[in-house]
Write a protein that binds this ligand. Structure first.
Ligand code: AHG
Ligand code: MN
Ligand code: MN
Ligand code: MN
Length: 331
């Protein structure tokens, strides 16, 4: 089978993107480069002195892992050197990183929101982790960046994607014309098209939720969990419970097999745990482009007007009919 590398694919698909003159292509290339650098370290984490805690507490109130910081540095450096990005909002930085002063990127059109390392709690146990990115266009390229350009509604994303550092390393992204998956071939150091035009089944038999928080869940979610566990062969129930603790890995599995992932509000996370700008919006864009659905249980994720950079929202995401089934319990 002929190999199509990520670079070739982006150029071929250039036509889908009327007003980009190659900038978005170069931006996606820059992200691919950083992904390979992070992958190299993730693949030998036990040998590369990259396990364990960096020790600092990030804006999320989490103890930063060494790999959180390493990945954050790699992606920000790649975006800075690439010159196509003027501003990076990262999980690991309270304020965004303004690259517009950098002469190379002062006319840069794109803003990137990124979760450099998703699933940090899984690093030391060698369980799949990921990176999530979301790309917006600036409104004006000739003045200081405005907050309204950063806090754009998810529907305005021009591209979104994730890398999953798993049994193989994949980069999955959309520019609004469907979803395509690329698998890293380490022997040539290229992401190669392996999952063209990815679609999520309208229903599946997998549900993903941290049931340890059952007592803290809203009634609707408690009812849905019971629904999943009822015996009804006609709807493939009881479903199978699969929860990895890395959002990217849980959602990627459900994208491939069909299923629903839920991180609802709980009594200790009243707005949910996952962040809108660099976890929920990009994953919602990808899953919607693959034919699935993403909501808070009551509101479509991509229609939420962000108020703050690290804003958290509840999320129900995956196979369309399964998301709608969860939503029915919120009514
Ligand atoms: P991150 O490692 O980027 O902070 O994200 C971790 C998130 C997400 O990946 C995962 O779905 C969720 O945390 C798991 O949370 P619980 O451990 O509370 O289930
Ligand atoms: Mn994350
Ligand atoms: Mn993270
Ligand atoms: Mn984190």
């Amino acid at each position: 089978m002929a190999i199509t590398t990520l670079g070739q694919f982006i150029i071929e698909k250039q036509a889908d993107f009327p007003y980009a003159k190659g900038e978005l292509s170069r931006l996606l290339r820059d992200i691919g480069i950083a992904a390979k650098l992070v992958n190299r370290v993730v693949n030998k984490a036990g040998l590369a002195d990259i396990l364990g805690q960096q020790g600092d507490i990030n804006i999320q109130g989490e103890v930063q892992q060494k790999l959180d910081v390493y990945a954050d540095t790699q992606f920000i450096n790649a975006l800075k050197m690439g010159g196509e990005c003027c501003y990076v909002a990262s999980e690991e930085h309270e304020e965004g990183v303004d690259l517009s002063a950098n002469t190379v990127s002062k006319k840069a059109k794109y803003i990137v929101c990124i979760d450099p390392l998703d699933g940090s709690s899984n690093i030391d146990s060698n369980v799949s982790v990921g990176t999530i990115f979301s790309i917006y266009r600036r409104f004006h390229a000739d003045r200081p960046i405005q907050e309204e350009e950063i806090l754009q509604v998810g529907r305005k994303q021009v591209a979104a994607g994730y890398i999953i550092y798993g049994s193989s390393t994949m980069l999955v992204y959309t520019t609004g014309c469907g979803v395509n998956g690329f698998t890293l071939d380490p022997s040539i150091g290229e992401f190669c098209l392996s999952h063209p035009d990815m679609k999520i089944a309208s229903r599946g038999a997998l549900y993903s939720i941290n049931e340890g928080y059952y007592s803290k869940f809203p009634q609707a979610v408690k009812k849905y969990i019971k629904y999943c566990q009822e015996i009804d062969p006609a709807t493939s129930r009881p479903y199978t419970s699969r929860y990895i603790g890395s959002m990217v890995a849980d959602i990627h599995r459900n994208l491939i097999k069909g299923g629903v992932f839920i991180y609802p509000q709980t009594s200790n996370h009243p707005a949910g745990k996952l962040r809108l700008m660099y976890e929920c919006n990009p994953m919602a864009f990808i899953v919607e482009q693959a034919g699935g659905k993403a909501s808070t249980g009551t509101t479509t994720i991509l229609d939420i007007q962000p108020q703050t950079l690290h804003q958290r929202v509840p999320i129900v995401i995956g196979s369309k009919e399964m998301v709608e089934q969860v939503e029915s319990f919120y009514l």
